[in-house]
Design a protein around this ligand. Structure first.
Ligand SMILES: [Zn+2]
Length: 79
């Protein structure tokens, strides 16, 4: 099989399009995963409704804005 310049250009274009599609899917998957992870650690303050992330394994966390104690995981029921 002889590869002409047209074939080569076509293959390169198809290849780059496939690469773009692949990377778009990968980045989207990673983004969704990161979002799910941050949602699991999200705490919404019961006083000022400030949403922040808490990754430590304690049951109560202090709001960085107003300093109120918040029970972790309770906000998940609402959101
Ligand atoms: Zn607060």
């Amino acid at each position: 099989m002889e590869l002409t310049l047209t074939d080569f250009v076509l293959l390169t274009m198809l290849g780059s399009m496939g690469m773009v599609l692949f990377f778009t899917m990968v980045s989207r998957t990673l983004h969704v995963r990161a979002e799910k992870r941050s949602l699991a650690n999200r705490v919404i303050c019961r006083l000022c409704l400030h949403a922040f992330e808490e990754t430590s394994h304690v049951s109560t966390v202090k709001c960085p804005v107003c300093g109120a104690e918040n029970e972790k995981g309770r906000s998940r029921r609402f959101g």
